[in-house]
Design a protein around this ligand. Sequence first.
Ligand SMILES: NC(=O)c1ccc[n+]([C@@H]2O[C@H](COP(=O)([O-])OP(=O)(O)OC[C@H]3O[C@@H](n4cnc5c(N)ncnc54)[C@H](O)[C@@H]3O)[C@@H](O)[C@H]2O)c1
Length: 382
Amino acid sequence: MATQPYKAGIIGTGFIGPVHLEALRRLGVEVTALCDVGDRAQTVARQLGIPRAFSDYRELVTAPDVEVVHITAPNRFHRSMALAALEAGRHVVCEKPLALNTRETAAIVRVARRADTVFAVNYNVRFYPAVLELRHRVARGELGDLMHVNGSYFQDWLFHDTDYNWRLLPEEGGRLRAVADIGTHWMDTVSFILGAPIRSVLADLGIHHQTRRRPLGETQTFRRANRRQRYASYRVETEDFAHVLLAFANGTRGSLAVSQVAAGRKNCLRLELYGSKQSAAWDSEHPEILRFGQREGANQVAVRNTPAFGRGAAGFMDYPAGHVEGFPDTFKMLFRAVYADIAHGVSKSPLYATAEDGHREVAVCEAILKSHRRGAWVNVAG
Ligand SMILES: NC(=O)c1ccc[n+]([C@@H]2O[C@H](COP(=O)([O-])OP(=O)(O)OC[C@H]3O[C@@H](n4cnc5c(N)ncnc54)[C@H](O)[C@@H]3O)[C@@H](O)[C@H]2O)c1
């Protein structure tokens, strides 16, 4: 589907901002403006061929040639940027997590509900064809009753005590780190597949590096420090890894392991669904493949965009089988769904995560923290 030539602006040009830009360009959306701190926006705009650059997000959200605002700045800015964009009457695509806590996310939900515009949270994992296919099969009862769902989201980019990023600081990333940053992707994805939110949790959080060393000067996500780097020590308050037992509203039980210190795992989201008829498994580092398990029959390996894979992701695959669609393609597909709603009006049940979905994930994070502190099951508020 072709998108209208909408005009978008992007706030934050670090790791994920350029991923948004690339996906928007693939869809034919014109990115007219960037915003970042100091003169960074000017430099990046020049490098990437963007006409306008701002150092204050309030100027970008009110610019007449910005109809859709993409928020790709660190978490602590999401609330004020999202509210400013909504108040300026703009459509918004906000990165996850929606904000630092449920007080902030509830404020965004209130304003987004009143607004006559589209608001999406960028839980992009929903748009892997394998995830859409699993959702389709679960809805059709092909797996039977879902007994339990298990999985993990593992990375290793914060493995060393010298690995540094704003996410390590609660005031910048939020009180939870690994769980909020990547665990919410897994939980959002599984709730999306099951069509059921998480109702309660029992959690255990771990900090491997109680003290870390922070490089002096600025750093960016996934960048490595150089050898002559100088450091300052600081006490770590956010979790490196976590284990969470989950109870979903439809009765399915689950378990999730999250880690940002798992050597060798670069960006690995795995999930396994165990139903009364068969099981299904998927691994984001091999995104083209779905595995189905049978008690009696032969287990199956289904390759994306083949008859064995199914038609549940029809319309969300642009390339034939064997031509891998991965991480950047999920952004393109999510934005395509968002821009279609901008053009034609918000769908009744959008496939992308809404402000309510983003709020719900932050509420689950708060229940996880409470559960870890109490050593007991905690219900998710709301
Ligand atoms: N959906 C995904 O897969 C995914 C992946 C990575 C990051 N993210 C999310 O995207 C957001 C950004 O993460 P990142 O990894 O790109 O971080 P980053 O640190 O690499 O980039 C953030 C950028 O925002 C800029 N910035 C900081 N304060 C600003 C302000 N007040 N105004 C404008 N720009 C400002 C920084 O200078 C930097 O260029 C986070 O919320 C993160 O959780 C999502």
